[in-house]
Design a protein around this ligand. Sequence first.
Ligand SMILES: [Zn+2]
Length: 63
Amino acid sequence: MADHPAKTGAAAKPAKPCPICGKPQVAAAKPFCSDRCKDVDLNRWLSGSYAIPAREGEEEDPE
Ligand SMILES: [Zn+2]
């Protein structure tokens, strides 16, 4: 029995960079590179940087 030939080429694809600082993300803090960046992202949410766009057009008819 012959062993299967080892797969050549990169086994691991480059992970997406941290959206906060651009460093490679780590599994423990996906998709960020660290808990710190995770916290930064959370703070952005809390501070309203990621404002949810309001619906266009109100359902109520103006009277
Ligand atoms: Zn980061």
